[in-house]
Structure formats: structure tokens, C-alpha cells
Design a protein around this ligand. Structure first.
Ligand code: DHB
Ligand code: FE
Length: 299
């Protein structure tokens, strides 16, 4: 068997390759010094609490040596398969986001997930996301306005949008999808408005052929996220918002494996009469408040 190095733009032949590509994308977009240094005191406090939780679970559930060894093997497999970003974003990120949301006003945020790619091309306020000539899926027009918390329109705001295709796959991570497909940075007009033509994404399934998928199966859970659009909305002088929009009545909306849905983030697209669906959604950004407010500050 030949192996090829994995990177964010290469298309891997297996679904589990999505996990490995997500690891590579994380390293690339975060650079070397991912972390602002975490102070020793925080490391001690938080890691101690995590270990205490593990020990308590072992005692409460009388965990055996075979179970401990199975867990060790699984942890090794997740690392070797490059699936840590995928696993952590599905099972842990929603709690981190909940903490962040405690200090956030305006449009609700939710998880970033593992499939964001920075530096996509800028697109005008009325635009279509890049698609393949034969892109499947119901056409969807997604329009609205970006405003600040005082109600003023925000011209020149960026909507960094990415989404799965009609089979639930993301460009840059799944086989056979051209780089940049269904991704773009839409810039609002002088009234803060935008209108994006795209297609309705399909629900997303965690790759079943990797260690995360095997765990989900072993536990008898389901591997699905409801269909969603991803967005980071940013504007100079404002706090960026990382969010997702879901679809009313969509499958898995009430049982997202990533626990990342919020009632405020559900679209209800209506037929336009021309075979396309249309949905309006307005975003509200709060002031940056002394934070650095460069357009890429959050990610
Ligand atoms: C994962 C995938 C997503 O598309 C998403 O929005 C969140 C998490 C994941 O597989 O980890
Ligand atoms: Fe997603």
C-alpha cells in the first residue's frame, strides 16, 4: 500500500481521511504557537480537575483493567488517525462555546468545528458561493443584514461562509471536491446587506471508518449533525461571531451529536416559486470593547 502525506487541500480516499485533514488544517491555521501561553496555575487547576473527574468515573463505575487498556488503545488510535480535532469539536467544543457565550451579546454563537479554512476569496455582497458545474442540491438564497448592537448597519462586514455539499462533505477534507467549493468571504454592501446564492447542505455524518466513528458505534449513539451553514461574521471594531445556521424541520435538529444547535439559529426557508428556497437572517455584532479588533482576530 502506498501512503501519501495528508494536507488540507488534498482529497483523501476515505471518510476517515477527513479527520486527518482536519488535524493538518488545525496545525496550519493555528501556526506553531497555537496557545497563548496558559499560566502554570491554570494548567494545574484544570488538569487536576480533569484527572479527578477521570478517577471518580473509574471508581463510580468500577472500571476494569481490560477497559482501561481498551481506552488506552483507542486514545492512541485517535492520535494516529489525526482525529483529535474532529473528536474534540464534536464532544467537547460546545461546552467551551457555552462559556464564551456567557460574555457575548448579539447573534448567538456556536461551535467552529474542524472544517474551517482561512483565506478564502472575497465575494461581493450579492454573490453565489463557488460550486461545481453539476453541483447537486436545492438552490438556496440566503440574505440579510449585519447590524451593530445599536441597530446601525455595518457596511464592509465579512461573512466567512463554509458548508457541506448535498452529500454532507466539505471541500478540502473529502474526496473529489475542488478546493474552495462552497466557501467564500462575502462582504456586506453600504447598507450592511448581503445575498448569497448557494445550495441546501445535507446533514453531516462523523466518518464511521475511524476511531471516533468506532467509539460512537460501540456506544450505540448516532453519528449525525443536522444540516447547517457555518459562518464567522467579522467587522473592524466589532467582536467576531462564530456560528452556524440550521434548517427548520431538519433531521437530527433535536439530537445533534455535537450538541451545537440553538433555537435562535434555525432558518425556515420558503419556496420562491422559481425552484429556489429563500431565507433571511440578520446578524448583530457587539463592539470589540478594547479587544484587538482586526478582521481575523478570533481565528
Ligand atoms: C464536526 C463536523 C462539523 O461539520 C461540525 O460542524 C462540527 C464538528 C466534526 O466532525 O467534529
Ligand atoms: Fe459542519
Amino acid at each position: 500500500m502506498t501512503t501519501t502525506p495528508t494536507n488540507a487541500t488534498q482529497h483523501n480516499p476515505t471518510a476517515a481521511g477527513s479527520g486527518a485533514s482536519a488535524s493538518e488544517a488545525f496545525r496550519t491555521s493555528r501556526g506553531q504557537g497555537t496557545a497563548e501561553a496558559v499560566p502554570a496555575e491554570r494548567v494545574a487547576t484544570v488538569v487536576r480537575a480533569v484527572l479527578d473527574g477521570v478517577h471518580e468515573t473509574i471508581r463510580n463505575h468500577q472500571v476494569t483493567y481490560p477497559e482501561f487498556q481498551a481506552a488506552k488503545q483507542w486514545l492512541m488510535d485517535v492520535g494516529e488517525g489525526g482525529e483529535w480535532p474532529l473528536f474534540l469539536d464534536v464532544f467537547v467544543e460546545h461546552a467551551v462555546e457555552e462559556v464564551a457565550a456567557g460574555t457575548q451579546q448579539g447573534t448567538k454563537g456556536t461551535i467552529l468545528g474542524p472544517y474551517y479554512l482561512p483565506d478564502q476569496p472575497k465575494l461581493p455582497s450579492v454573490t453565489a458561493l463557488p460550486t461545481r458545474p453539476d453541483e447537486n442540491g436545492t438552490p438556496l438564497v440566503f440574505a440579510g443584514q449585519v447590524r451593530d448592537t445599536a441597530g446601525n448597519p455595518v457596511p464592509g462586514a465579512e461573512l466567512d461562509v463554509w458548508q457541506a455539499d448535498d452529500r454532507g462533505y466539505y471541500s478540502g477534507f473529502a474526496p473529489d471536491i475542488p478546493a474552495g467549493n462552497l466557501r467564500g468571504v462575502v462582504v456586506t454592501d453600504d447598507r450592511g446587506r448581503f445575498e448569497i446564492t448557494t445550495i441546501q447542505p445535507a446533514p453531516y455524518r462523523i466518518p464511521t471508518d475511524g476511531p471516533t466513528g468506532r467509539l460512537i458505534e460501540a456506544a450505540g449513539w448516532h453519528p449525525w449533525r443536522p444540516a447547517h451553514l457555518h459562518l464567522i461574521v467579522r467587522a473592524t471594531g466589532h467582536r467576531s461571531i462564530t456560528t452556524q445556521l440550521y434548517f427548520e424541520g431538519g433531521e437530527w435538529l433535536d439530537s445533534d451529536v455535537a450538541e451545537a444547535t440553538k433555537p435562535e439559529l434555525v432558518l425556515d426557508p420558503q419556496g420562491q416559486g422559481d425552484g429556489r428556497l429563500r431565507s433571511e437572517y440578520d446578524f448583530v455584532l457587539e463592539p470589540a470593547e478594547g479587544r484587538l479588533s482586526g478582521p481575523k482576530q478570533q481565528h
